[in-house]
Design a protein around this ligand. Structure first.
Ligand code: CP
Length: 333
């Protein structure tokens, strides 16, 4: 495996095989599988789970890892092309990334969306510029429009819960958050559930529609797997018979890159906080998923997060297991 960048690059059989490997490594540890291997981890954006789970995954497989992030005591990093570096930054990303990559056998890179231009973010311009600088295998640890490690873990979490693929009803719901957040998780989650063959409903207020090209990509994946994709602003209709509600906040696509206009619109939807009444016409066993971190009392009520519907902790643990499977395939003999 040369890259783990998008679940769309893998067939459903290959994904099933990765998940089977994750299950096997959980039950039968292989503490020497990646002995002597090193994973470089470059975090240009913050993290708790991704950072900790990749380090834990490498250690459990007998390898090692190191982390570089701008918050550490490193030289200031410049990323603009063609810049005259007479300011504070002493190092350019064009040297920093190949050097970091050269110390490892593979590299994981996290770089959130710039959120200035929807078009540029959808083309993954920044992330591509970074991965073009490395010649080792690489892992997307969250880019502008993707989070494949989260999606693989989420797919596994639904398998663990015996949530049906075909016939399973998946609601991806926008939730209120005081700040505009990237589209990476909702985009990746939409595609993952569609590719799994589920009937996916994107529940969101007007102005928060997911980009048409991404809806079409998900619809094509759903069609190939026997599922479906649709969008609505009607909560009761969306939640009818739902097996899963996956909550996430994201930026207004109508006002992408315009913080003030986005804020003005989102403030009208402060009541989009997932709570028990949302589940009135869902399946009794309907579960709550979220990639974390999550704001309590803002995105979701404590009652849900602390109650039997929530699977956020096993979901987060599955990040480590899913990534162990990816690393095993990428770096194992
Ligand atoms: N879900 C997720 O990627 O968490 P972190 O941002 O903490 O890594």
């Amino acid at each position: 495996m040369k890259a783990f960048n998008d679940l769309a690059d893998f067939s459903n059989e290959e994904i099933a095989s990765l998940i089977a490997l994750a299950d096997r490594l959980d039950k039968n540890p292989e503490p020497e599988a990646l002995k002597g291997k090193v994973l470089s981890l470059l975090f240009l954006s913050p993290s708790l789970r991704t950072l900790a789970s990749f380090q834990a995954a490498m250690t459990r497989l007998g390898g090692g890892s190191f982390v570089i992030s701008p918050e550490m005591s490193i030289h200031g990093i410049e990323s603009r092309p063609g810049i005259v570096m007479d300011g504070a930054a002493a190092e350019h990303i064009r040297e920093a990334i190949p050097v970091i990559a050269s110390y490892g056998d593979a590299i994981g890179i996290r770089a959130f969306a710039e959120r200035k231009s929807l078009e540029a973010d959808m083309q993954e311009k920044e992330f591509r510029a970074l991965t073009d600088l490395v010649d080792t295998p690489y892992i997307n640890m969250e880019s502008a429009m993707n989070h494949p490690c989260q999606s693989l873990a989420d797919w596994k979490t639904m398998n663990d819960l015996s949530v049906p693929a075909n016939g399973g009803k998946f609601v991806l719901s926008w939730a209120y958050h005081p700040r505009p957040l990237p589209l990476a998780v909702p985009t990746a989650t939409l595609h993952m559930a569609a590719k799994r063959g589920m009937d996916v409903t994107v529940l969101r207020p007007e102005g928060f529609e997911l980009p048409e090209a991404l809806m079409q990509k998900a619809a094509a994946a759903a069609e190939a797997s026997g599922g479906s994709v649709r969008e609505t602003a009607q909560r009761t209709e969306a939640m009818e018979g739902a097996h899963i509600i996956y909550a996430k906040s994201w930026s207004s696509t109508r006002h992408y890159g315009d913080k003030l206009a986005d804020e003005k619109l989102r403030e009208q939807h402060i009541d989009w906080c997932v709570d028990e009444p949302w589940f009135a016409n869902a399946k009794d066993e309907c579960r709550f998923m979220h990639c974390l971190p999550v704001r309590r009392g803002v995105v979701v009520a404590d009652e849900i997060l602390d109650g039997p519907r929530s699977v956020v902790i096993p979901e987060a643990r599955n990040r480590m297991l899913a990534q162990m499977a990816v690393l095993h395939q990428m770096l194992g003999n």
